[in-house]
Design a protein. Structure first.
Length: 537
């Protein structure tokens, strides 16, 4: 009996020692895991559905395309090591690297992986246009006449008309390469078990709980010293829907990164003048910069029963609040008042000569004209649909518009519900934003091209204007940069005049990291790139 107890005691010591070693090893490797919270959730890891920022961020760790953008928004080689463009701007020929391999997967049989070739790109682009896939990204190929693999290493694209911003379009995650083997495996769950070429590969995803990506040992890129990227061993993404909870997780050291400002914590982390609060200066780094993001409110233009069909009401709402005061007090100065159209600062086509400033008397006059013409005493209630992150701004607008005689109620929806309602035209007045996918003003103007009606394109307002459409189509074939910018500004003027949207503010990128995090970078597209991130102990 004593001997048996001694044996059990020895076994207990061995197990305790092993667990101790395991915990110590886990602790020692924590600096190789980058953690962040995604409050907006992730709906798909398939790049064909990389429409929202949350999806784009995850897909950017998993996939590569022909080209990519650096932090200065310059086009750089990615899987294509070089390319040539014909003199007429219609033909693009990409030469692929020969050392890019897909993540290991059962789809490749015993070899587990293989090298990417031009046929994979041919399949990937065709998949974007496949009605059965129903990708929201098919619009990036609307000007493409044909594409084909010339051989394993050369992929060619022919355009219908010249489009100087085309390489920027190809930098989007929609244009990522996926393996041809998916064609013969239609039941494969690519949404939740992606196979890419990126610096990290898929490991685990529990919807609404956590997503884990692991270092890709086959990744083709190396740093300047010949060290293979990425430096991190893993990326762990949590899904706390409450942004304040996500922020608290960061402050407690449970996550490494927070992007953007939310009303629930903005006054806690920054001062009223936009500086980092003193109590966090020893433990937190704050980085900010220009952001190609216009925050706006949109109107559903083809709703025949809405009073918002009348341009006077839309213009009255535009004139009826002070954007500068809104940015100062509700955004702590993080952003610029959108008094100059839909194209944001930071793009050459920005036009400071158009836009709406604060003119409450003009708002009242427009409303009075509407009431008199329709022989009514007051404008019916208007419903503004938004999400919890913008309730403070919505309530500010509600109060300001009440002063000019407009009764606006605020309908708060979960982000995913609101996105779906906007896409399907079920809300007549909604909060939205547009983050540029590539550095060209065509990005923003595509929101108003009639052939881009949602859900098959980004025209969520269903705005239709023949003059605008003609100018838009003309800009697509205009190679001269200055002339194209002149056309962009004309289109921006039409949008402002017809008022299918209310531009609110041009945003700023704001990122917070722990002092032990390096190289997260910052860029005007707010794209998260983790392949060069280092995390010290």
């Amino acid at each position: 009996m004593i001997l048996r107890l001694q044996n059990l005691f020895c076994l207990f010591l061995v197990i305790s020692f092993l667990f101790s070693c395991q915990n110590k090893d886990t602790s020692n490797r924590d600096h190789l895991v980058f953690r962040y919270n995604e409050s907006a959730n992730i709906t798909s890891l398939d790049p064909a559905f990389a429409r929202t920022q949350s999806n784009i961020w995850a897909c950017n760790q998993l996939f590569n395309g022909l080209v990519r953008l650096d932090d200065s928004l310059n086009i750089q080689p990615d899987i294509a090591k070089s390319w040539e463009i014909s003199e007429d701007g219609l033909e693009y020929s990409f030469v692929l690297r020969k050392n890019v391999k897909f993540h290991e997967s059962e789809l490749f049989g015993q070899t587990k992986t293989r090298t990417v070739n031009a046929t994979d790109f041919e399949y990937s682009f065709g998949r974007l246009l496949d009605e059965k896939v129903a990708s929201p990204g098919g619009w990036i190929l609307q000007n493409v006449a044909s594409f084909s693999a010339q051989n394993d290493s050369v992929f060619s694209i022919k355009l219908k008309t010249p489009f100087p911003a085309f390489l920027g379009l190809l930098s989007m995650k929609y244009a990522s390469v996926v393996p041809l083997e998916l064609k013969d495996n239609p039941t494969y769950e690519f949404r939740s078990h992606p196979i890419g070429t990126g610096p990290f590969h898929f490991k685990l995803w529990e919807d609404n709980i956590k997503l884990v990506l692991r270092k890709n040992p086959l990744y083709f890129e190396k740093d300047e010293n010949g060290v293979q990227l990425p430096y991190l061993e893993a990326v762990a993404i949590s899904f706390l829907p409450d942004k304040q909870s996500g922020f608290l997780s960061f402050i407690q050291g449970k996550s490494d990164f927070v992007s953007g400002l939310d009303p629930s914590y903005k006054d806690e982390i920054i001062t009223s003048t936009g500086e980092l609060q003193s109590k966090y200066q020893a433990s937190v780094n704050m980085t900010s910069g220009a952001y190609l993001n216009t925050e706006y409110l949109g109107f559903q233009m083809d709703n025949p029963n809405s009073i918002l069909k009348d341009k006077r009401i839309r213009q009255a709402l535009n004139y009826g609040f002070d954007r500068a005061q809104m940015v100062k007090y509700l955004r702590n100065g993080m952003g610029s008042p959108a008094t100059s159209g839909i194209i944001p600062k930071g793009l050459p086509s920005f036009n400071g000569q158009v836009g709406y400033d604060y003119q409450p008397q003009k708002s009242k006059a427009l409303i009075e004209s509407y009431l008199k013409e329709n022989n009514i005493k007051e404008v019916p209630e208007i419903v503004l649909s938004t999400n919890a992150s913008y309730v403070d701004i919505a309530e500010y607008l509600q109060r300001e518009w009440q002063k000019i005689g407009l009764n606006v109620s605020v309908d708060v929806n979960p982000p995913s519900t609101l996105r779906q309602a906007i896409s399907t035209g079920k809300v007549s007045f909604f909060r939205a934003s547009w983050i540029a996918d590539y550095p060209d003003a065509e990005n923003y103007l595509s929101l108003f091209y009639s052939k881009n009606f949602a859900p098959n394109g980004p025209n969520y307002t269903h705005f239709k204007n023949d003059t605008f459409d003609n100018l838009y189509e003309q800009s697509l074939i205009t190679v001269n940069t200055k002339e194209r910018q002149r056309l962009y500004q004309k289109m921006d003027s039409i949008v402002i005049s017809e008022a299918p949207v209310i531009p609110l503010f041009y945003d700023k990128v704001v990122r917070f990291t722990g002092k032990n995090i390096q190289n997260t970078g910052i860029n005007p597209l707010n794209l998260l790139n983790l392949k060069r991130v280092r995390k010290t102990q």
